[in-house]
Every structure is written in C-alpha cells, then in structure tokens.
Design a protein around this ligand. Structure first.
Ligand code: NAG
Length: 187
C-alpha cells in the first residue's frame, strides 16, 4: 500500500513538472543556432546550437508562449521563418504554426512542425512557399495538439522526388485556428 502510494505521488510529481519539448531535426549539413523570443511572462529559453544532421531536444517551460527562428552558422542574426508556439494554452491545448510573416525569404531555416508520434496536425512544409504557413495575419494556419512534444525540421532535405513534392501539397485533416490562439491572446 505504502509503496504504491509513493509510486502514485512520484508519478503525479513527474506529470506536474514535465516540460514541453521541441526536437529540432537538422536535415542537411549546416549548423544553426535557434533563437527563442518569449512573450512577456514566459520564462526565457536560451539559444541552442543544432549541428548539421543532428536531432536536438530542447525543453520548453510550462505555459511558454513565443517564437523562434534559425540562423545558419556564419550568417547574420536576422529573424527568418518563425516557429510559433503557445504551450498549455486555451483549453489545455498546445498551439503551433510556422509563420512567414516576418521574413518570407528564409527558405532554409524552420520548415515544418508536428507532434512526436503523429503525422498530423502539421504546420509549414519542406519547400517554401507553400499553403501551410502564415503569410498574412488573418490567415487561419494555427494548429492544435494535446501532445507536448514536437518535431521541427530545419534546412533542406536533399533532392525531393515528384511524388514527395505532390504528397507535400496535401493539407492535413485537422482544424486550423487564428493567430490569437498561438499568440496567447485567446485564454
Ligand atoms: C531524428 O529524428 C527523426 C524522427 O524521429 C528520425 O527519423 C531520424 O532518424 C533522427 N536522426 C538522428 C540523426 O537521430
């Protein structure tokens, strides 16, 4: 009895303190630094370097709302394609999207985001421009998931076949939401 109670307490402690994560998947040989910008009230997340070909998992604090962009080694620090997240947000969901609003010319940084273990929902794509990212603030491109672990691809995935390209032109089957959800304005 005592033993199982201790286990239950341990399990709930682990659940309560479990971080959200984003695992960056580098798809080419270039190293990149990811710079995170949290909304006011969100705990800071330090920049992270992701080597070429590496998968790197970054813990994200509970209730973090903000965005990040990738800067290739040796390049000036200019915000590019953004990965945007609102973790533990409205309805206990995690909202995310890829946004080209700040810099649509970055075709080499943040590419696509989806929950670990599930192909959908996703935002962004492997080849920009595409229909699955924000270009205008009133687009509906934000996605929602109960999962707290996400993948985000970086860089170029080598040559893509015609079949792979056409597969990527298919939207996912999940509902899309407005920017107020990923910006934490919908509470
Ligand atoms: C990175 O993660 C992806 C998705 O799970 C996997 O397909 C790939 O093999 C991993 N790459 C490395 C270098 O671990």
């Amino acid at each position: 009895m005592k033993f199982s109670k201790t286990l239950a307490l341990l399990a709930s402690a682990v659940l309560a303190s479990a971080d959200n994560t984003i695992t960056f998947i580098s798809q080419d040989a270039l190293g990149r630094t990811i710079y995170f910008t949290g909304n006011p009230g969100s705990a800071p997340v330090a920049p992270v370097h992701v080597a070429g070909g590496e998968n790197k998992t970054v813990p994200i604090p509970p209730h973090w709302v903000g965005n990040y962009y990738a800067v290739t080694d040796g390049q000036p620090n200019i915000p590019g394609m953004l990965g945007e997240f609102a973790f533990d947000a409205w309805g206990g969901n995690n909202f995310f999207d890829v946004s080209a609003i700040v810099n649509p010319n970055d075709h080499n940084g943040v590419k696509k985001i989806w929950p670990v273990g599930e192909p959908e929902p996703f935002s962004g794509c492997e080849l920009f421009p595409c229909n699955f990212a924000y270009y205008l603030p009133d687009d509906l491109q934000t996605k929602s998931s109960k999962k707290s672990d996400f993948y985000c691809t970086l860089g170029t995935k080598g040559a893509l076949s015609v079949e792979e390209r056409s597969l990527m032109d298919v939207p996912d089957h999940s509902p899309s939401y407005g920017r107020e959800y990923v910006e934490g304005r919908k509470l």
